[in-house]
Design a protein around this ligand. Structure first.
Ligand SMILES: [Zn+2]
Length: 425
């Protein structure tokens, strides 16, 4: 049991100063009984907030952080990222993911939705660090029926391999420009059979949408609906270039959208997500950082700010996406996407909570805790992180893991990848 005393709790009813008791991985009581806990955390001059849910990332891409920037998307992928990715092995992904887990936990993220190579290495890193995650078996068929059968078989095997880990699972058909409609249909069938999530890139660029329309004569989301791909198990990353009718369909089918504002801006996708329409229709709107090669960090505090600012700037309207709305997207909406009762400081909710230090200059004064978190905060305010009732970051330091070792190992792996690429090119 953990008792947090004297902290300011960010509850759905506002900020209250009460004790918070964590028991069996859950928020057991707020302002209830005291003095029977084995761990007491002094929460004075701190706020207790729900931890963040990063709903779209490629964690091990931390290895490629600031390796290649300021380039056109396809050139960046073809000349820089793919050649390095071709040299990845399980060990590299393991250390890259560990580096990502350290970064995420220390910036208040308690859960991430990942899509990358070597899922078992990812699962191992996740379990060891004590963060929660949904791990995808990525799937591509490049419109080749033989490859479809082979890769789908591999994806199913991977999903079975990671079943023994304490993670959620997803099948990750990459996107409509790398997977055939037949492949997408089969992936959705597998997701239903195995009762797992689908992690997918949707309508990130205008080119993707135009090419699809030219080939199929219809909108992407309409085609996806016809093959039974849309459901509450689908997490659709980006979802930028969508027509109103497509957004209505996403809402109707209970799809969750993962908005990645920094990646969208950095890679210049040419448009901002239509948040207002999604809000109107009731789409479950969540936030992701995308990979560290196109961000270049995994900081959800920063991502919330960009999400709100991008709406205001692009639509020329400062009233769009309030701080509260952005905060909800990064917390409770993200939890909802994965069917986890979390993201609120409320009794009965899973204890995924963060203590933030209110003595940091940017957290003062305290007119609005949420506005401070969204518009002013940086990860430097994250003091303690509790995941499912376990303290995994204490006084800003990882509890289970040796951070220096992780950074050193990840650095060496990244140098080696870069070195081997320079030799071969
Ligand atoms: Zn992505």
């Amino acid at each position: 049991m953990i008792l947090i005393r004297n902290a300011k709790l960010l509850t759905p009813k506002g900020v209250v100063e009460k004790d918070l008791l964590i028991e069996n991985g859950k928020i057991a009581s707020i302002g209830g009984e005291k003095d029977k806990s084995d761990v007491v955390i002094d929460g004075s001059r701190k706020a207790v907030i729900p931890g963040f849910f990063n709903t779209h990332t490629h964690a091990a891409m931390t290895l490629f952080r600031s390796y290649a920037d300021d380039m056109v998307l396809h050139e960046w992928l073809e000349k820089k990222i793919w050649p390095l990715e071709a040299k990845l092995d399980a060990d590299a992904v393991y250390w890259g993911t560990k580096l990502a887990c350290v970064e995420m936990l220390k910036s208040g993220t308690v859960f991430f939705n990942d899509m990358y190579f070597f899922p078992e290495a990812i699962a191992k890193a996740v379990e060891e660090c004590g963060i929660r995650a949904c791990i995808s078996a990525a799937f591509f068929d490049f419109f080749n029926p033989d490859l479809l059968e082979e890769n789908l078989k591999n994806a199913v095997k991977t999903l079975k391999d990671i079943e023994k880990y304490d993670v959620l699972r997803a099948i990750g058909p990459h996107a409509v420009y790398t997977v055939s409609l037949d492949g997408l249909k089969r992936a959705a069938e597998i997701a239903e059979e195995m009762d797992i999530f689908i992690h997918f890139h949707l309508a990130e660029t205008e080119k993707e949408v135009l090419d699809f329309k030219k080939q199929h004569g219809k909108l992407i989301v309409q085609a996806l609906d016809e093959i039974g791909f849309l459901s509450k198990m689908l997490i659709a990353a980006h979802s930028v270039w969508l027509e109103d009718a497509e957004i209505e369909l996403l809402a109707k089918r209970g799809v969750s959208v993962s908005h990645c504002p920094v990646s969208n801006m950095k890679l210049s996708v040419g448009k901002a997500i239509n948040y207002e329409k999604m809000k109107q229709e009731g789409v479950n709107f969540t936030i992701g950082t995308d990979g560290a090669a196109s961000n270049n960090n995994l900081d959800m505090l920063e991502e919330m700010k960009f999400a709100a600012l991008l709406q205001k700037f692009y639509y020329n309207n400062p009233t769009l996406m309030s701080a509260e709305e952005s905060f909800e997207a990064a917390t409770v909406n993200g939890a909802r996407a994965f069917g986890i009762k979390s993201g609120l400081i409320e009794e009965g909710y899973e204890a995924n909570v963060v203590l933030v230090d209110l003595t940091k200059p940017f957290m003062q004064p305290e007119h609005s805790l949420v506005a401070n978190l969204v518009y002013a905060a940086s990860s430097g305010c994250v003091d303690t992180v509790i995941v499912r009732g376990e303290v995994v970051v204490e006084n800003g330091v990882m509890v289970r893991e040796d951070e220096d070792e992780i950074m050193e190992k990840a650095g060496k792996v990244a140098e080696k990848l870069k070195g081997s690429e320079e030799q071969s090119s």
